[in-house]
Write a protein that binds this ligand. Structure first.
Ligand code: NAD
Ligand code: UDP
Length: 310
């Protein structure tokens, strides 16, 4: 039985990860300040003696005995990470330092949930891990993008300087049950709007693209990465390489929910990436990982989840 710390464990992805790690027979400490996470996501685990919830802010060091650390703590939706940008930067940077210090002290493996946002508004398409990105360092997304870039730097400096066993993945847009209904990201927004019969808000002309991965596929990749050979440090892209425009996504959600909602066009937020699609060759080669769940099927599960919330 391994002792595993999951920072951000009450959030969307963190809660799926806690479920899987508990199912696999591990002891899990879920650390979260509940900024965007929900107790409801982990409520069913609270009676399990192998699970512990700790309300704590990762900006401050947390000490515990641990074999593995998954560092997921950080708001991920643009509206939430832009709400208090200085705090977002502190969470990414101090959170990385505190996770790495703990890993060094306990000789634990440490995993970083990095992001496709390190590529910014990409000029290379699809994005390979070797691409160094096109981030505006002073824009409204920079608190997140640069925070995550700095966290990657810290991971690789601790690896080179202190030989910490690191695992860095770059996550592309992921969706599924346990997303907060007011999360603000596109999949949850479109589904909630369609189910409530409200207008579907398309930012810009809706021709911008994203590639959507279902949560269970992604979490499977997390665990494969953590259990990979020591020499595999990443960064490795994890995401679904099938690309959709936001208009295509809106049409699909309308069809699946049988909603009569209308599309309305709103201004495109600053620095919103025009296109995004992962090259997952490395994940296939090094982790034998690729996503299995089609957007059509993942949307059905996600729509069911939001329906039951209403
Ligand atoms: P989320 O907002 O649902 O989860 C983030 C969790 O971190 C929440 O539970 C929140 O309360 C917690 N948190 C935030 N600041 C904290 C702090 N200072 N101390 C302790 N806990 C804190 O988002 P998510 O989609 O589950 O994202 C999880 C991780 O994956 C994030 O690091 C995010 O950057 C990364 N990621 C997610 C996606 C995606 O598409 N879901 C894409 C790229 C990267
Ligand atoms: N988007 C949209 N309507 C919404 C929310 C988002 O058209 O109600 C767009 C947004 O402008 C972006 C894409 O959907 O181009 C994905 O946005 P999200 O916030 O989900 O993730 P990110 O931009 O970080 O990839």
């Amino acid at each position: 039985m391994k002792k595993i710390l999951v920072t951000g464990g009450a959030g969307f992805l963190g809660s799926h990860l806690c479920n899987l790690l508990i199912e696999q027979g591990n002891e899990v400490i879920c650390l979260d300040n509940l900024f965007t996470g929900q107790k409801k996501n982990i409520e069913h685990l609270l009676t399990n003696s192998s699970f512990e919830f700790v309300r704590h802010d990762i900006v401050n060091y947390y000490d515990c005995e641990v074999d593995e650390i998954y560092n997921l703590a950080c708001p991920a939706s643009p509206i939430h990470y832009q709400y208090n940008p200085v705090k977002t930067l502190k969470t990414s940077v101090m959170g990385a330092i505190n996770s790495l210090d703990l890993a060094m002290a306990k000789k634990a493996k440490v995993f970083q949930a990095s992001t496709s946002e390190v590529y910014g508004d990409p000029e290379e398409h699809p994005q390979k891990e070797s691409y160094r990105g096109n981030v505006n360092p002073i824009g409204i997304r920079a608190c997140y993008d640069e925070g995550k870039r700095c966290a990657e730097t810290l991971f690789f400096d601790f690896y080179r300087e202190h030989h910490v066993d690191i695992k860095v993945v770059r996550i592309f847009n992921t969706y599924g049950p346990n997303m907060h209904p007011e999360d603000g990201r596109v999949v949850s927004n479109f589904i909630m709007q369609a189910l409530r019969g409200e207008d579907i808000t398309i930012y810009g002309d809706g021709e911008q693209t994203r590639s959507f991965c279902y949560a269970s596929d992604l979490i499977d990749g997390f665990v494969k990465m953590m259990n990979s050979e020591k020499k595999i440090t990443g960064p490795i892209n994890l995401g679904n390489p099938i690309e959709f425009s936001m208009l295509e996504l809106a049409e699909l959600v309308l069809k699946k929910t049988e909603s009569k909602s209308k599309l309305v066009f709103k201004p495109l937020p600053a620095d919103d990436p025009v296109k995004r699609r992962p090259d997952i060759t490395l994940a296939k080669e090094q982790l034998n990982w690729e996503p299995k769940i089609k957007l059509e099927d993942g949307l059905d599960q996600t729509i069911q989840y939001f329906k039951q919330l209403l």
